[in-house]
Ligand binder design. Structure first.
Ligand code: ATP
Ligand code: MG
Length: 314
């Protein structure tokens, strides 16, 4: 395996306490230079802990972390120069304006006063923040605050940007604006590692996705390959009045059906071809209290359910 710009080997994290928690249970991963890499998983999967070990906020219990070839455990200060970090929660300095937040970050990373000023002006412009330069963080919407955090994180021109749940709590419009900002950084060549529990975000934004659960990577691939791995082109979501044990096997025996799964509301029928199947599904299910039916394609959510038997949101 070629070492990536972000390279984790055998990384584990156990939080000690009254009851020890294994947050990360052995992760190997390599992020390629220039890609947008996503860690997709439900609450408590270990996403923040994994990112925090990359960004030197949390020390691994075992394993090695290299960022741009630098051992992040042994040389955290050097590693931090190569990375920008946007944590899960807003960490803007509340007593400083938007411009000051960015400028002080530049100064902290060794820019001269003049360079810090120039870089700040350029970032305010790039992120459409110039008009809000004098505003304080408390006066910003969630979407704007997130944009300031990203602008600040890349101010020292890091090679890798880590974003922990970048769209948590954002309205749909701000989320799309954030995606556009990340995509633009991507075209400029920066490597992006993000965590999310939104499968649409992972699908839309990421070149490769690792699905994590219980502190482990279950699978890792391009979104398209992950969706293909479901082995079905069409999914029928059946909403049933009551659960049924007998309907599943009947549906599974229909032609082109590759699988049938329980869902909270009924059953999911997975088919290799949709050709002529719908009337057969409807007629089989109508004797079992079929209330509604929708036809979809596999998503990363489907992949997650297949791997864990659970919903991403559960
Ligand atoms: N500082 C800590 N001390 C003890 N346990 C912790 C600590 N931080 C996280 N954990 C536990 O480790 C596990 C993984 O947490 P982590 O925050 O990494 O997950 P996550 O995937 O980021 O979840 P979320 O979607 O809620 O952000 C959880 O069981 C969590 O309760
Ligand atoms: Mg988290």
């Amino acid at each position: 395996m070629e070492d990536g710009i972000v390279s984790l080997r055998g990384v584990r994290k156990v939080y000690e306490g009254k009851q020890a928690v294994t947050a990360v249970a052995g992760i190997d991963l390599d992020v390629r230079e220039g890609e947008i890499y996503g860690l997709l998983g439900p609450n408590g999967a270990g996403k923040t802990t994994t990112i925090s070990m990359c960004t030197t906020r949390v020390l691994p219990t075992a394993g090695t972390v290299h960022i741009a070839g630098i051992d992040a455990v042994r040389n955290p200060a050097d590693a931090r120069r190569t990375m920008g970090v946007v944590p899960q929660y807003n960490t803007l300095e509340r007593a400083c304006t938007v411009a000051e937040n960015i400028q002080f970050h530049c100064l902290y990373f060794g820019f001269s006063k003049a360079d810090a000023k120039a870089r700040t002006a350029q970032l305010l412009e790039q992120f459409h923040l110039t008009e809000r330069a004098g505003a304080y963080p408390a006066q910003l919407s969630g979407g704007l605050a997130q944009r300031v955090q990203i602008a600040r994180a890349i101010a020292h021109k890091p090679r890798v940007l880590f974003l922990d749940e970048p769209s948590a709590g954002l309205d749909p419009q701000s989320r799309i604006a954030m995606w556009e900002a990340v995509q633009r950084l991507h075209t400029e060549g920066i490597t992006v590692v993000l965590t999310t529990h939104y499968m649409e975000e992972a699908d839309e934004l990421c070149d490769r996705v690792a699905i994590v659960d219980g502190g482990k990577i279950l699978v890792e691939d391009t979104p398209a390959a992950l969706k293909n791995s479901v082995g079905a082109k069409t999914l029928y979501e059946l909403d049933l009045r009551e659960p049924s044990d007998t309907l599943g096997p009947i549906l599974a025996a229909l032609p082109h059906v590759s699988g049938v799964e329980q869902t909270p509301r009924g059953l999911r029928v997975m088919a290799e071809h949709a050709d002529g199947l719908l009337p057969q599904v409807v007629s089989a299910a109508s004797g079992y209290g079929l209330r509604d039916l929708s036809i979809t394609e596999p998503t990363l959510e489907t992949v997650f359910i297949r791997l864990t038997g659970r919903d991403l949101r559960e």
